[in-house]
Ligand binder design. Structure first.
Ligand code: RIB
Ligand code: CA
Length: 317
C-alpha cells in the first residue's frame, strides 16, 4: 500500500463532525495524527469532551488539544446556543453523549495551535489539515508559524458555499463563525479544497441508511444511530426534508476517494465588509482576473458517499 496520508482533524465536534472522525479513523489510507478542537456547534470545552468520548468509543488513541473559544476578532455569532443546539443537541452529540462513559485514557493538551505545529514539524512527510469547524485555529497556526505552510500539503475544509448560505442568506456556518480567519486561510497560498454547501448538502443519510449503520456497526453503529435521531428530526424541521446532512464527512471522503466530488479550480475570498454578505465566500468560477486559489466542490456522488460509510461501520464491528 502506498504511504498513508498524515492528517490532523480540527473540529467543533457535533454530530456530523463525529461521523467525519469515525470515517477518518476507519480508513487504511489516512493516518490521523491528532485532533484539535474549537467553539462552533458547541462551546470549546464541550467539543473537546466530545472528541475524547468519540475517540474512546472508536477505541482509537490520539491526543486531543483544546483550541479557540471564539473568533480572532470581535464577538462570535454564537451559534452553539441557537443553530448548534437545535441541530446537534445541547451536548453536541444528539443529546445522547451522556450514554458514553466518562473518558479515562486520552490525554488533553491545552494549546491546539502549538500542538498542530509540533505534529506537523515532527512528521516526515507534509501533513494535510482537515477543517470541520470555524477556521480560527488554522488561521492562528498560519500566523504564528509563518514557515509551517511549507510543511502543510493542503487543507481539506468543510466550509463556505458558492450560491447561498445556511447560517445567513449568503453565509455558511463555519465561515460566519470567523470570517477573518477564513479569509486568512484562503489567502495563505496553501492548497485548499473547499467542500461547501453545494456538495455538503448532498451528503445526507436517510432513515434506511442510519438503520443499516445500526445493524452493521456493533456498538459504534448503535451509538451513531442514536446520535442521529434528533439530528434527523431537527434537519427535517429546518429544511422540510427527512435527511441527516453529514457535511463534515465530505472532506474526509474526498481524501479517501476523490471521485466522490466534482471539483473545479476557482478564486475564492471572503467578503468581510458587506452589510448583507459579510462571511460570504465570493467565488469566481471563471477566475476572471485572478489565479485559482481553491478547488471548489460543486457536486457529490451520494452512492459513493453512503457506501464509504457502510464500509467504515463494518470496520468497527
Ligand atoms: O455548515 C455546516 C458546518 O457547520 C458543519 O461543519 C457543522 O458541523 C457546523 O460546524
Ligand atoms: Ca463541524
Amino acid at each position: 500500500m502506498s504511504q498513508r496520508i498524515p492528517v490532523i482533524i480540527d473540529t467543533d465536534m457535533g454530530v456530523d463532525d463525529a461521523y467525519a472522525v469515525m470515517l477518518a479513523f476507519s480508513s487504511p489510507l489516512l493516518k490521523v495524527l491528532g485532533i484539535t478542537t474549537s467553539y462552533g456547534n458547541v462551546a470549546v470545552d464541550t467539543s473537546t469532551l466530545n472528541a475524547i468520548k468519540i475517540l474512546e468509543l472508536l477505541e482509537k488513541r490520539a491526543r486531543v488539544a483544546k483550541g479557540a473559544s471564539g473568533p480572532l476578532f470581535g464577538k462570535s455569532r454564537n451559534y452553539s446556543n441557537t443553530r448548534g443546539a437545535f441541530l446537534h443537541g445541547k451536548d453536541g452529540l444528539g443529546n445522547v453523549g451522556y450514554t458514553l462513559p466518562d473518558p479515562v485514557h486520552i490525554e488533553v493538551d491545552s494549546d491546539a495551535v502549538s500542538y498542530m505545529a509540533e505534529l506537523i514539524e515532527k512528521e516526515e512527510t507534509r501533513v494535510t489539515l482537515i477543517s470541520l469547524g470555524p477556521l480560527t485555529n488554522i488561521a492562528t497556526l498560519l500566523i504564528a508559524y509563518p514557515d509551517i505552510r511549507k510543511r502543510i500539503d493542503g487543507i481539506a475544509m468543510m466550509g463556505g458555499s458558492v450560491y447561498g448560505g445556511n447560517m445567513l442568506p449568503a453565509g455558511e456556518a463555519n465561515i460566519v463563525a470567523d470570517p477573518e480567519a477564513a479569509q486568512i486561510v484562503l489567502q495563505s497560498g496553501v492548497r485548499i479544497v473547499m467542500c461547501g454547501l453545494e456538495s455538503a448538502e448532498k451528503a445526507y443519510f436517510i432513515k434506511d441508511d442510519l438503520e443499516m449503520f445500526r445493524l452493521i456497526g456493533g456498538s459504534v453503529g448503535r451509538f451513531y444511530y442514536d446520535m442521529s435521531r434528533d439530528y434527523l428530526a431537527a434537519n427535517e424541521k429546518l429544511t422540510g426534508e427527512r435527511r441527516a446532512v453529514i457535511y463534515d464527512s465530505v472532506p474526509v471522503a474526498w481524501l479517501i476517494n476523490p471521485a466522490v466530488l466534482r471539483t473545479k479550480p476557482c478564486y475564492v475570498e471572503v467578503d468581510l465588509n458587506g452589510q448583507y454578505t459579510r462571511a460570504c465566500t465570493v467565488t469566481d468560477e471563471n477566475c476572471t482576473d485572478r489565479r485559482p486559489n481553491t478547488m471548489v466542490a460543486f457536486d457529490l456522488d451520494r452512492d459513493i458517499f453512503v457506501k464509504m460509510h457502510i464500509d467504515a461501520f463494518r470496520r468497527y464491528r
